[in-house]
Design a protein around this ligand. Structure first.
Ligand SMILES: [Fe+2]
Length: 290
């Protein structure tokens, strides 16, 4: 291995603070020893030497300042790139979990991805920005992750659940809370998985929270979740028309849903483009979100 290659390998292997300090010391040392010789070659009288030394001092400050700026900025860019790819890995993992749940319960396939996108649209309509939008998207992807703890015999039961089975099913927000709490980067997104079945009038579960006791992200998600459930076809029923689904949201405003979120949904719904699914939907009996 050639000398300059070895030097480069050692420089890359060093930690950033050590590397930047070493580069600074080398450049500083070279500047001092070479610039003094250069000054001695240029002038001989004391007044000119003093003047050139002052210029040299300012030159040193400018050069090392520029050097530090370039080195530190390059390291920040590298850290930002690493953080970005780490976040992409996080999101890919979350989508994988959501997809695994969809594969287990085929009746709600694609529901998770659709409702996550819709929750983001609704949150934007309500004026939320980053990082709340990222937290809402991640929370929506994981909203039913607690169903991983529900036995197949209940989760996949073709007919209606009895009281005992519902009691088990209603544990899924608590399972989500237990699953996600130990994962530090997912703590800001727990509100939706834990609180998406709470209702504005306090009749929801698992804690019976009421009104603004329910985190805003969960109130937004609840509207998006039920809208998607109503306007999507399921094996046991056809999709509702958007008009009928909107009527249902209005009727449940102040009961199941936060009235402010329903109003925001109606504003968003007026502007949204009509999809082919809307035109093929029919007016059938309702079902709530998962
Ligand atoms: Fe759920």
């Amino acid at each position: 291995m050639q000398l300059h290659t070895r030097v480069w390998v050692v420089a890359v292997a060093l930690s950033s603070p050590v590397r930047i300090t070493l580069i600074y010391l080398v450049v500083g040392g070279l500047w001092i020893s070479l610039s003094d010789r250069f000054v001695a070659l240029l002038v001989a009288d004391p007044a000119s030497i003093t003047w050139l030394q002052t210029v040299k001092g300012w030159g040193y400050i400018l050069l090392t300042g520029l050097l530090l700026f370039v080195l530190v900025r390059r390291d920040f860019e590298r850290i930002k790139d690493a953080q970005h790819s780490l976040e992409q890995s996080y999101d890919a993992t979350l989508k994988g979990w959501a997809r695994a749940l969809d594969l287990r319960d085929r009746s709600t396939e694609q529901h998770t991805a659709r409702v996550a996108d819709l929750a983001i649209e609704l949150a934007r309509e309500m004026g939320l920005g980053e990082p709340d939008l990222t937290y809402i998207h991640r929370g929506a992807l994981l909203h039913d992750i607690g169903k991983m703890g529900i036995p197949d015999g209940i989760l996949l039961k073709p007919g209606p659940l009895d009281a005992a089975e519902w009691a088990v099913m209603r544990q899924h927000p608590r399972y989500a809370h237990e699953l996600l709490t130990p994962i530090e980067y997912l703590r800001p997104v727990i509100d939706i998985p834990y609180c998406h079945h709470e209702k504005w009038d306090g009749s929801g579960y698992p804690r019976g929270l009421r009104g603004e006791e329910i985190p805003l992200s969960a109130r937004i998600f609840a509207v998006a979740d039920v809208w998607d459930a109503l306007t999507s076809s399921r094996p046991y029923r056809s999709a509702w028309t958007p008009e009928r689904a909107i009527e249902y949201l209005r009727a449940q405003s102040g009961q199941h849903f936060d009235p402010i979120v329903v109003a925001a949904f109606e504003r968003w719904n007026v502007r949204r483009p009509t999809s082919p699914e809307d035109r093929s939907a029919v007016a059938d009996p309702p079902l709530s979100g998962g």
